[in-house]
Design a protein around this ligand. Structure first.
Ligand SMILES: *Cc1c(COP(=O)(O)O)cnc(C)c1O
Length: 385
């Protein structure tokens, strides 16, 4: 039998044992044994998860709706709901695409869709830094699999040139904003590339961009004006949308195909109507949230400028890694920032490459500007200490 305790002991020895943190959240603040801190590690990018007015408005409306807190089965049995269908219609119309399909989470979407689309005559080529759920999706499929160096489209082009003709279809999979580096993918370049082949599909995960970027908050694809050219456009509701679940926008044919084949959709109880109704409620308000998007962009600028020349050059978004270098330095700087009131977490190998241990700032629009200015000052002190 495998010695699980020994496994855990080894993790403890090298300082890599994961624990569920003992924290509570109050708005933009996190309370823990270390004290009260401004949350600089949340995915609640627009600050909606703790918006009491928004929640009250929804609950007032919801009181008079037949909104179950469970859907009691898969959507293919009795779990389908008009509220979920309405959300799909809202998505499909807002993005101007043929069809939308809702999943239980981004993890369900990426694992379910990729494993359903890809068979042994398929090649999936993913960005080296693609999210674990994308990697798990292709592991569940029988597809051949390559990775291109992060954001390196010449490398991708070479792979396509060499291999695309040997498969029935090729799927290029990427995120639009990367979770660890916070850099933005040039979607137009990927579209140009894929259009040179008749058998290449483009799969884009906008988990960190939906709500945050684009004139109506529809993501990087909207910002770059290329929604129509992405075969499978995926996003999640658990981050800026302050809800739970995920979506894919695609052709009607692909939607029908996924309803018939995506195992994470077929074999899992559907999201509660209460949840999908809340998602629609928030999604409908995205166009009005430009102020929050502007605030978030201004916050990001302050932090980026502070870190430029000091290991903060990668990001062009609200996710801003500060590359500190060694594990020990990174842990110590993160601890110092927490001690001074900012909830910041170190990210270490194997999540990121050796020697690039970093503090990952994940900014939200509800962080007060004064807090951000103090954080910038603190970082200056750390840099010059
Ligand atoms: C968070 C995230 C997911 C997973 O979405 P959940 O709804 O949290 O399961 C998928 N892809 C990316 C890029 C993410 O950042």
């Amino acid at each position: 039998m495998k010695d699980y305790q020994q496994f855990l002991d080894r993790l403890t020895q090298v300082g890599n044992l994961r624990r569920l943190p003992d924290i509570t959240q109050h708005g933009v603040y996190v309370h823990s044994q270390e004290g009260t801190m401004v949350n600089c590690s949340s995915n609640d990018y627009l600050g909606l998860a703790h918006d009491t007015t928004l929640r009250r408005d929804f609950l007032t409306w919801a009181m008079n709706q037949p909104l179950p807190l469970s859907s009691s089965s898969s959507r293919l049995l009795t779990g389908n709901s008009p509220y979920t269908e309405e959300l799909e219609q809202l998505l499909q119309q807002s993005f101007g695409r043929e069809a939308a399909l809702v999943f239980n989470s981004g993890y369900h979407a990426n694992t379910g869709i990729l494993s359903a689309l890809a068979d042994k005559h398929t090649l999936i080529i993913a960005d080296k830094l693609a999210h674990a759920s994308i990697i798990d999706g292709l592991k569940l499929s029988n597809a051949a699999f390559r990775r291109y160096r992060h954001q390196d489209y010449i490398h991708l082009d070479n792979l396509l040139e060499k291999e695309a003709s040997q498969y029935d279809q090729v799927i290029i999979a990427t995120e639009s904003i990367f979770s660890m580096d916070g850099d933005v993918t040039d979607l137009r370049q990927l579209i140009d590339l894929k259009k040179r082949y008749s058998n290449v599909l483009l799969y884009v995960d906008e988990a960190h961009a939906i709500g945050v970027r684009g004139p109506h908050g529809l993501g990087i694809a909207e910002e770059m004006n290329c929604i129509a050219d992405i075969d499978l456009l995926v996003g999640t509701f658990g981050k800026a949308l302050a809800s739970m679940g995920a979506y894919v926008l695609c052709s009607k044919t692909l939607r029908d195909y996924l309803v018939n084949t995506a195992r994470s959709l077929i074999f899992s109880t559907a999201l509660p109507p209460f949840q999908t109704a809340w998602t629609s409620f928030v999604f409908r308000r995205l166009p009005e949230m430009q102020d929050r998007r502007n605030t978030l962009a201004a916050h990001s600028n302050i932090l980026s400028q502070t870190l430029t020349g000091h290991g903060g050059e990668l990001s062009t978004s609200h996710i801003i890694p500060w590359i500190v270098g060694t594990n020990e330095d990174c842990i110590s700087v993160a601890r110092q920032l927490r001690r001074r009131g900012f909830y910041c977490l170190p990210v270490r190998p194997p999540t990121v490459p050796q020697g690039t241990s970093r503090i990952r700032f994940s900014l939200t629009a509800d962080i007060p500007q004064e807090s951000l200015v103090s954080l910038a000052q603190l970082i200056q002190e750390e840099i010059h200490s």
